[in-house]
Design a protein around this ligand. Structure first.
Ligand code: DOR
Ligand code: ZN
Length: 350
């Protein structure tokens, strides 16, 4: 008999862009954390590339204050740096979960060179994670910058064989590295771009089928799955904005891989709960996610995210979150939220 219900611990996504404050027409902490909860993610960590970047204590405190009144889940924040705000680090390092640095072009524009990188590593607490956005053309520089250091570094959203191969090698050489992959790099390749059009635009971009296969073949070398939930209005998307919403599609997609025998439920728990918790030193409360295994078509008009579109629209997936409990109390059930905005909590770094 096939399993019709699956129970998981509250999932953790350490890579989301909730756009609040500054771009709340794209998303805000209420819509974004509702999307998280409905998608099975009870702990999420938001990136610093807001319209006004989160690169000062003042900006981070402002963001935390706004989030406290709106969040339905456990919500933490990564801090940002262009190398010119090292004086802010002592004040924010107890508040932020990690420090996000961009070695490649992103939404915003935060590029760094190796000298700045080294200075940043010296100033950021040695046991707190630095997250790097580093692609094919900068991964050598990223690894070079870490030579001889033992600080924990997480390489975000690996898109390709080239990047993952280099990371696996560096890990074997003893680098204190972890890495993540997004559902869109696992489930799409550049072959899908013609069919999906603007909705397939993201950074890092989609790569070849060979790259996609390599990510699956080496899934166990990848520490975590991160959605890179990057909501945009349809208008901005058609205007060329990079990024796709992911909080409400990540788990159904992983369940489809499970159904196809590509991955196990244990691997989903490992990459969406256990490893993110360990890597980012998180201590989530006791959440339980009930999944009803019943196939349906992904329909972005049903998303709680303000981004009512998806590159996965129309895809048939095998299951969805039916209920979420927190310490045995139901907080989400069948599309209804049984807690109010503000009843989640902001979480801090250690
Ligand atoms: O596709 C992306 N979207 N990649 C990024 O690096 C940033 C993100 C965003 O903020 O929209
Ligand atoms: Zn991102």
């Amino acid at each position: 008999m096939s399993q019709d219900k699956i129970l998981l611990p509250g999932l953790i996504d350490v890579h989301v862009h909730l756009r609040d404050p500054g771009q709340t027409t794209k998303e805000d902490f209420i819509s974004g954390t509702k999307a998280a909860l409905a998608g099975g993610f009870t702990t999420i960590v938001d990136m610093p590339n807001n319209a006004q970047p989160i690169t000062s204590l003042e900006k981070l405190e402002e963001k935390i204050t706004i989030a406290k009144g709106k969040t339905l889940v456990e919500l933490g924040f990564h801090f940002g740096s262009l190398g010119d705000n090292l004086d802010q680090f002592p004040g924010v390092s107890d508040l932020a979960i990690g420090l996000k640095l961009y070695l490649n072009k992103t939404t915003g524009g935060y590029l760094l060179d190796i000298e700045h990188l080294r200075k940043i590593y010296q100033a950021w607490p040695e046991d707190k994670v630095v997250l790097l956005h580093s692609e094919e053309d900068t991964i050598d520089l990223a690894l070079e910058s870490l030579r001889g250091l033992n600080r924990p570094v997480h390489i975000c959203h690996m898109p390709s064989k080239e990047v993952l191969e280099k990371i696996i090698k560096a890990k074997r050489q003893g680098y204190n590295l972890t890495c993540g992959v997004t559902p869109h790099h696992l489930f799409l390749s550049e072959l899908d771009t013609g069919r999906i059009g603007d909705h397939a635009k993201m950074l890092p971009s989609l790569k070849s089928e060979r790259d996609q296969d390599y990510l699956w073949e080496n899934f166990d070398q990848i520490d975590i799955v991160e959605s890179d939930h990057a909501p945009h209005t349809l208008e901005d998307k058609v205007g060329g904005a990079f990024g796709v919403p992911g909080l409400e599609t990540t788990l159904p997609l992983l369940l489809s891989a499970y159904k196809q025998g590509k991955i196990s439920i244990e691997q989903i728990i490992d990459k969406c709960h256990t490893r993110p918790k360990e890597i980012f030193n998180l201590e989530p409360e006791d959440y339980l996610i009930s999944i009803k295994m019943e196939s349906y078509e992904l329909d972005p008009s049903q998303f709680f995210s303000k981004a009512q579109w998806s590159p996965f629209a129309g895809m048939v997936v095998p299951g969805k979150v039916s209920q979420v409990t927190k310490s045995n109390q139901v907080i989400y059930s069948g599309g209804e939220f049984l807690i109010n905005p503000g009843e989640g909590k902001v979480i801090y770094g250690k």
